[in-house]
Design a protein around this ligand. Sequence first.
Ligand code: DGL
Length: 271
Amino acid sequence: MEKEKPIGVFDSGIGGLTVVKRIASTLPNEDIVYFGDTARVPYGSKSNSTVIEYSIQDAKFLINKNVKAIVVACNTSSSIALKELRKQFNVPIIGMIEPGAKYALKETRNGRIGVIGTRATISNKAYSTEIKKLNPEVEVFEKACPLFVPLAEEGWIKHKAVYDIAEEYLKELREKKIDTLVLGCTHYPILSEVIQEVIGSDVKLVDSGISSAESVKFELDRIGLNTNKFSPGNQDYFVSDIPVKFKEVAELFLGREVSQIQKVELEALLP
Ligand code: DGL
């Protein structure tokens, strides 16, 4: 039955597990199939055409797993490939940008919003375009913070180096007197304690994983595709490579144990 199909979630790597964590707590009875393109991560420094090509292959993998909806749990893919994915696949496709933008607009009091993300997300102005589409009065200040990705993967949650780098990246946004900061990359919630300390406790952090999980719930409710099950949902994890330290880092991102991870050969993704 359509309702009992899993939700598909993909990311360039393991960062999307922070989004899975949010979906699983918002929709605890839904089954989830996750695909992380760990062999080809990062997407954040690649060209738009490559990100689109890889995102289509990732979505096709999930479609072949018979999913009822796809969550693009990667801000970079959401920024660049969402339109093309919606054109090519006939299931609801939920990205990170629109939900995150709406959440930020709900939170801001002074109309000054900061956004941090990968180089690709920031140079495509994905968040500022979406936020300004919804409210042209608001001012948006964006900053690429590429070094946060390897630091999160290293598990350096509160390391001195993270404070130093955050200080360097965020001083510009602090000077802009923002009152809301969008964590526009799946890795950044791992570093949220340091980011909060450095940007200041009066700035509201927006975890786009939370808003995108809410959007998935809203969409499934709207089209009547939520599961009828009352038992906890199953989660299946697929990745295109299993790097050293993978399990440790995946568990840090997901916030609990990952038992079974299956490797997919890259050739199986290619058209
Ligand atoms: N998952 C990516 C994002 O949210 C970060 C890692 C990458 O560059 O691929 O933008």
